[in-house]
Design a protein around this ligand. Structure first.
Ligand code: NAD
Length: 323
C-alpha cells in the first residue's frame, strides 16, 4: 500500500537516501529540513518529483505535524531524522540540542500518536550508550554508563520516551557511511574524511593509536532498516515498536579503514598520528540480536560499501575541481 511519509532531515545524508528510496517505491514524501547541516544539493535527484513536497522549516516549530497533516490529509508515517548531529556542537549548545533532539521529538511523537499515524520512527544513536565498555552493546545497557555529551543525553531521552510510550520505534544507529556524507562534518564522518584526504593526496590523520574500532553500516542498509521499522518493507518484515540497535555487529579498526581507503583512493599510505581526543570511546560495536530477529541483515559488505563511497567521491571531486 502506498503511503504519504514525513521525512524530517530530508536534505541530510541519510534523509536524502531514505527519501529517494521511498519515492522509488511509489510512496509520497513530505520533506522538512531547516538546512542547518543539510544541503539542497542532496535533494537534487528528487526536488522536482511530483510526489515530493519540501518545507524549509524547523522540527521545533510548534504544531508542525498538525499543520502538515492539514495540508497532506493522507500523511501517515513519520521518519524523524532531523537533529543536531555534531557531538562537539552539542557540548557548546546543550539547550538547543535538548530542544531539537529530545523536546521536538517528544512533541512530534505525541502528536503522531494522537492523530493515529501508523508509524513513527526515530533516529537514535550509539552515543546513547555513553562510556559503556561492555561489548557488544545491548539495547538494555543504555542509561547505565556515564553520558559523554548532550547529544547522547538527548537521543537517550528520546528513545526512552518512545519505549515507555509503547508507540513508535527508535533505531539506534552506529556508524553510517556512504555517498553524500559530508567530509567537513565533525560528526562520525571518519570514512568520508579519510576518502577526502586520500583523493586530495593528503596524509590521513588518526587520533590515538588507530586500534580503536567502530561498527560501520552502509547507508542503503540503513534505508532497509527504516522500511522494516515502518512496516513498508516489501518482504513483509516489521513494523517495529521499541528500541533496536542497527549495525553489523562487527567492529573495524580505524587503522584497517585507513589502509583500505588509501588503496581505493591511491592516496598516501603514511599516517599522521595525533593525541587521542577527550571523550572518544575506544571501541563501539552493536549487539544486533534484536534487529536480526526482526529479519534485518546487512546486504552491502564493508569492502563493497567503501568501494561505492570512493567511486561516488571521485566523481564529486572531479565535478568540484571542474566547477
Ligand atoms: N551518520 C551517522 O553515522 C549517524 C549515526 C547515528 C545516528 N545518526 C542520526 O541519523 C540522523 C541523520 O543523520 P545524518 O548523518 O544524515 O546527518 P545530517 O546532518 O546529514 O542530517 C541531519 C539533517 O537534519 C537537519 N536539521 C537539523 N536540525 C533541524 C531542525 N531543527 N529542523 C529541521 N531540520 C533540521 C539538517 O539540516 C540535516 O539536513 C540524525 O538524527 C543523526 O543523529 C546518524
Amino acid at each position: 500500500m502506498q503511503k504519504v511519509c514525513l521525512v524530517t532531515g530530508c536534505a541530510g545524508f541519510i534523509g536524502s537516501h531514505l527519501t529517494s528510496s521511498l519515492l522509488d517505491l511509489g510512496h509520497a514524501v513530505v520533506g522538512v529540513d531547516n538546512c542547518a547541516s543539510g544541503y539542497s544539493r542532496n535533494m537534487e535527484s528528487f526536488i522536482g518529483h511530483a510526489d515530493f513536497t519540501f518545507y524549509e522549516r524547523s522540527i521545533t516549530d510548534k504544531g508542525l505535524l498538525a499543520e502538515l497533516k492539514a495540508r497532506h490529509e493522507e500523511l501517515d508515517v513519520v521518519f524523524q531524522l532531523a537533529a543536531v548531529v555534531s557531538v562537539p556542537y552539542s557540548v557548546d549548545n546543550p539547550e538547543l540540542t535538548i530542544q531539537v533532539n529530545f523536546e521536538a521529538n517528544r512533541d512530534m511523537l505525541d502528536a503522531a500518536r494522537e492523530m493515529g499515524f501508523s508509524s513513527f520512527v526515530f533516529a537514535g544513536s550509539a552515543a546513547e550508550y555513553g562510556n559503556e565498555e561492555r561489548l557488544p552493546v545491548k539495547e538494555e545497557y543504555a542509561g547505565s554508563a556515564e553520558q559523554l555529551s548532550p547529544y547522547g543525553v538527548a537521543k537517550y531521552k528520546s528513545s526512552a520516551y518512545i519505549e515507555k510510550s509503547g508507540y513508535g520505534c527508535s533505531l539506534r544507529f552506529f556508524n553510517i557511511f556512504g555517498p553524500r556524507q559530508d567530509p567537513t562534518s565533525q560528526y562520525s564522518g571518519v570514512i568520508s574524511r579519510f576518502v577526502d584526504f586520500g583523493l586530495s593526496g593528503e596524509k590521513m590523520v588518526i587520533f590515538g593509536d588507530g586500534n580503536q574500532s567502530r561498527d560501520f553500516l552502509y547507508v542503503s542498509d540503513v534505508v532497509t532498516s527504516y522500511l522494516i521499522a515502518a512496516g513498508l518493507d516489501r518482504e513483509g518484515r516489521g513494523p517495529l515498536t521499541g528500541i533496536y540497535n542497527v549495525g553489523t555487529g562487527k567492529g573495524r579498526s580505524i587503522r584497517e579503514l585507513a589502509s583500505i581507503i588509501a588503496d581505493l583512493t591511491s592516496g598516501p599510505k603514511e599516517i599522521s598520528f595525533k593525541p587521542e581526543r577527550a571523550g572518544d570511546i575506544k571501541h563501539s560495536c552493536a549487539d544486533v540480536s534484536r534487529i536480526t530477529a526482526a529479519g534485518f541483515k546487512p546486504e552491502i559488505s564493508f569492502d563493497e560499501g567503501l568501494a561505492l563511497t570512493v567511486a561516488w567521491a571521485k566523481e564529486a571531486h572531479i565535478l568540484n575541481s571542474e566547477g
